[in-house]
Design a protein around this ligand. Sequence first.
Ligand SMILES: NC(=O)NCCC(=O)O
Ligand SMILES: [Zn+2]
Ligand SMILES: [Zn+2]
Length: 467
Amino acid sequence: MSSRTVIRGGLVITASDEIHADVLIEDGRVAALAASGTPAAAAWTAERVVDATGKYVIPGGVDVHTHMELPFGGTFASDTFETGTRAAAWGGTTTIVDFAVQSVGRSLREGLDAWHGKAEGNCAIDYGFHMIVSDVNQDTLKEMDLLVEEGVTSFKQFMAYPGVFYSDDGQILRAMQRSAENGGLIMMHAENGIAIDVLVEQALARGETDPRYHGEVRKALLEAEATHRAIKLAQVAGAPLYVVHVSAAEAVAELARARDEGRHVFGETCPQYLFLSTDNLAEPGFEGSKYVCSTPLRPKEHQAKLWQGLRTDDLQVVSTDHCPFCFVGQKELGRGDFSKIPNGLPGVENRMDLLHQAVVDGHISRRRWIEIACAAPARMFGMYPKKGTLAPGSDADVVIYDPHAEQTVSAETHHMNVDYSAYEGRRLTGRVETVLSRGEPVIDQRKFAGRAGHGLYTPRSTCQYLQ
Ligand SMILES: NC(=O)NCCC(=O)O
Ligand SMILES: [Zn+2]
Ligand SMILES: [Zn+2]
């Protein structure tokens, strides 16, 4: 039996258009859009009519960098797929791409199966997977081909974290060569981890143990150097490259230069680098641990270059790198030694609102908001136009967004399973009102109406900027 919903009277915003239009949804997909008030739109009948007058009607957010339940530093990221995807929906995100992890000595398949096991039946919104490749060998390289065929088309490698996720330049080159052949996209954590470990050891020996030293040893120059090296390795391999969580102005410059040369090099940044800084890492007592992530927060001056990169398309995507650890019992593991603080910040619920605030503040346009948060991530990782836009045939992942509502961000009211907010007390203009996932309400007028298990696994095609 077919089910129909009509959303009436809102301003529909996609990456390319803004139009006062009604949206007809049939069987979980967008069936048609028509200018509000026209006879075509007026003729539509439906079981459910949503009034969006005075609101924005936007595609659901696509967050292509999350770490639900990630094992890190002797503990696990505190959001499960159930709690994390519910929180994502509250924040207007309707698709996540999380990172399955290959452990050293194990196969990609084993890691991927484990992540399917964690996610299946638990998600409130749709999800896909990238694969973290921690152990490049002949078997792994062959497995990469199979994963691309089955819809896991992107692989993260780490130039940081020696002894954990780290790959050396030879391993990186081999994986890049393979991805040049099989169409996969290498996602790079670009920091010189070997040099950073020397600086960590020296800082600790000087008694510099507070969280702020995490930012000092993970130098912008070592992010820039690794970014440059990754770009050159990709060039040698003839492979495209996507650099994750870019935080340093110097790294943006490396990306810009490569793009000016016409290379297939892409960059992602995250809200924490746009809205937070080393001032947060230096908060008194052990408060700074709440802001420990890698790449680290940078001095405020870097933010202008990140915004500029987002406006000029030297950076294409804003994702969260959502990787929450509670202050009590988890971040506290690093009291007396900043290198033992689990790395990562919560944010899956905050991204769409923070980026809307960037619209209000004049950093980006409304359409660029949708581009960097919905359309570009969907294209980058092979999900467009099913995800990331509102067009006939797209999944009806729709957010009714109130651009005038005021909110104060707080751990008291957020839905992420973590005991603090990185944005505590921040006043924001704009708020999610209703969220549909494939036509079904997940958030209905600020009440949770979804269910664990509604979210489906989404296999992906290869990067659509290269097709
Ligand atoms: N970013 C971070 O600090 N934690 C998550 C793991 C990663 O993305 O490197
Ligand atoms: Zn990383
Ligand atoms: Zn990450």
